[in-house]
Structures are given as C-alpha cells and as structure tokens.
Design a protein around this ligand. Structure first.
Ligand SMILES: NC(=O)c1ccc[n+]([C@@H]2O[C@H](COP(=O)([O-])OP(=O)(O)OC[C@H]3O[C@@H](n4cnc5c(N)ncnc54)[C@H](OP(=O)(O)O)[C@@H]3O)[C@@H](O)[C@H]2O)c1
Length: 348
C-alpha cells in the first residue's frame, strides 16, 4: 500500500521531511478494523511528533532503511476487513476515528484501529468534513464533560465557561458542544477573522487572548468563572485562569507548561486542575476506552441533525507529500482557523 511518512525528524522545508513509501498492507489483530482511508485531517500533534530532534537518532550502523513513521490521527474511511473478535462493525461500514498515537497513523491507504475507539461516520456528510472532527471532538468532549465535570445534557445551562483559543481545532468543537449543552460560552481569539469564526460557531462573547483577560471579562461582569479550559499557551494564560476561576471551580488544560505553575494560588479557592490528553484512553487501554467510540457516535448524530457543523476550514487537496507539507507548515504558523483536511489518496 501507499503511505506517507518520514525516516528522520526534519524541518518542514527539508525535501525529506515527508516521503512516499510502499508498505505491506497490515493484518488486523482480533479487535482491529482495517480501514481504507478516504480523508484525513492534520493536527498540531503531527507537527510535534515530526519536529526536529537533537540529537538525531544515529543511523550510522548502515541498517537498511529504518521503518518510516506514518503520522495522521484523524481519518474517515470504509472498513475493509475486521479482526476475529470485532462485533460493532462489518466490511463496508463508513467510520471515523482519531486512533492511537502508539500505532501507525492514517496517512496511508489502509490503517488498523481498535474498534472500541471508532465511531460510525456521519451519514450524508462528505468524508473530508467528517475527517475534520474526531481528535478535536474527543478532546473537546473529554475536556468539558469528563474533566471540567459539566453536563452535556443541559443540567448546567447558563453556566459560564471560558475557552482559551476558541478558533483552533479543539476550540471550534468545544464552542459548539458547550453551546449545545446550554452553557454560556466565552471564547478567545485575537484577529477579526478568528473572532468572527467563534461567533459563527455560537460563542456568546469573544475576548482577545493577547489582551488583559481579567480586565476584558470584568468589563462584561464575568469575573468569577466556574469552568475554564486552556487550549493554547498555558504558561501565558495560567495567571489569568487562576485569577478568574470561581471558588470551587475547575481548570483544565490540553497543553503542557514549560515553567512551573504556582498551584498554591488555587488552594484558597479549593479549585481543581485537570489535564486532558485525548490519547490517554487508547494509550493506557483503560477499561472505559469504548467511551471514545460512543462519543464519536454522539458527535456524528449531532452533525447529522444539524446541532453542530463541521470545523473543516480548508481542503488542501489530495493526500500526498506536498499537501501534507503545506498543512504542517500552516499549523506551525499557529494561526490556523478550524481544521485543515486532505481527501483521496495519491501517495506521491
Ligand atoms: N491534550 C490533547 O489531547 C490535545 C488535543 C488536541 C490538541 N492539543 C494541543 O492543543 C493546542 C491547540 O490545538 P488545536 O488543534 O486546537 O489548535 P490550533 O489549530 O493549533 O490553534 C490555532 C489557534 O491558536 C490561536 N492562538 C495562537 N496563539 C495563541 C495563544 N498564545 N493563546 C491562545 N490562542 C492562541 C490562534 O488564534 P488567533 O489567530 O485568533 O490568535 C489560532 O486560531 C496544540 O498545542 C495541540 O497540540 C492537545
């Protein structure tokens, strides 16, 4: 099968940052689906795994080509074969999923994925519009409802939630899921285009993440917020999060910190801090990893009945080396709105 990967961690403008490979078609394990990939989306995690490493791994032992690393953690496709223990899917089913960061990714004609973390693709939706969703939908859902403890069913209607980085992939899903849950959605964006994108997705308020967040929120009488999620630059935003969070509130972050965070500031307010990592369930094979399949089925239903819309912002073309390179270059610029997708495999 055709696949796009890399053998060395190189800057995106290096001609070997991505290369086309011919690899064996993988055989499904007992709980695996083998999926013929139709469309993928690209996430910042792809750029982080690909990024230059120092020192480079030493290949001076003249081994034959090291196995290429195939990235891609968002796909929509059709089940081509199933493992012996698979119960939920059959060949021919249309599916979408983020997958497992420890396994080969979706930038290949065929990919193996555990059925527990797969959802039925939304019906009547273009594969590239569906491929935009899984990783960010799972991250947004787990952040809002599993970590911040908010209700997806309207029981917290009217509760303010602050989403820092509203226009990126995760924020674009979180705004919509929070709106459907009836929450009062305050998102952040720094440019006219990203601000408008947040409003179009249903944010009630948009403030600038490069400005003084507490001052902007105080001006809107929103200075004590029960739930705050950080989807970018935790080091920069943590002081504002600690100041704005309500007593007994919750903070969550999907991005790590580079410098120590003064957690003692949270103690007097009995505030909880939660990490969200979308790959935790597949990576640790948690007993509840099947929740990811259920969440994706729920999200597909929301898309089908129009409660949410795709966050696909741009289809960059077919799945090939040049278009993957273009997507990584854009994501490394850190001002992408929504999601970038590729559809149809040409593998060149
Ligand atoms: N833990 C997990 O499971 C998980 C899952 C998904 C993503 N992530 C991580 O979360 C981050 C966001 O990913 P993503 O796919 O949602 O979005 P993304 O596509 O990287 O986000 C792009 C957006 O970031 C905004 N932005 C740029 N600098 C910012 C800053 N200093 N503070 C706040 N916002 C800023 C930009 O908005 P403006 O142009 O308006 O400034 C832009 O629209 C990445 O680091 C990614 O690796 C983690």
């Amino acid at each position: 099968m055709k696949a796009i990967g890399f053998a060395r961690h190189l800057p995106i403008d290096h001609e070997q940052a991505f290369e086309a490979y011919e690899l064996p078609v993988p055989e499904p394990g007992p709980s695996d689906l083998r999926v013929a990939v139709e469309a993928v989306s690209i996430n910042p995690v792809d750029t982080k795994v690909r990024a230059p490493r120092h020192p480079e791994p030493d290949h001076s032992d003249n081994r034959a080509d090291p196995a290429p690393r195939v990235l891609g953690f968002d796909a929509c496709g059709v089940v081509d074969a199933v493992g012996s223990a698979v119960t939920r899917f059959r060949p021919g089913d249309a599916v979408f999923y983020a997958g497992d960061i420890g396994r080969p990714g979706s930038n290949a004609e065929f990919q193996l994925v555990d059925e527990a973390i797969v959802g039925c693709a939304p019906q009547g939706v273009d594969p590239s519009a569906a491929a935009a969703l899984p990783l960010t939908a799972l991250t947004a859902w787990e952040t809002l409802f599993d970590r911040l403890g908010l209700s997806p069913d309207g029981e917290d209607a009217g509760t303010p939630v602050l989403l820092i980085n509203g226009a990126g992939g995760v924020g674009s899903m979180a705004i919509q899921l929070a709106r459907v849950a009836g929450l009062k959605v305050i998102a952040t964006a720094s440019r006219a285009e990203s601000r408008q994108w947040c409003l179009d997705l249903g944010a009630d308020e948009v403030v600038d993440h490069f400005g003084d967040l507490p001052a902007q929120l105080a001006a809107r009488h929103l200075d004590s917020i029960p739930a705050i999620a950080c989807f970018n630059d935790l080091d920069r935003h943590y002081p504002a999060m600690a100041k704005l969070v309500a007593p007994q509130g919750r903070l969550a972050s999907i991005v790590g910190n580079k410098t120590p965070l003064p957690f003692q500031e949270l103690r007097d307010k009995s505030v909880g801090f939660f990490w969200e990592y979308m790959f935790t369930r597949p990576r640790f094979d948690t007993p509840d990893k099947g929740r990811q399949g259920e969440i994706l089925d729920t999200v597909a239903g929301m898309l089908e009945d129009g409660r949410i819309r795709t966050t696909r912002h741009e289809v960059l073309g077919r799945i090939n080396v040049d278009n993957l390179r273009a997507a990584h270059r854009l994501l490394e610029g850190e001002h992408v709105i929504g999601k970038l997708t590729l559809a149809g495999f040409d593998g060149q």
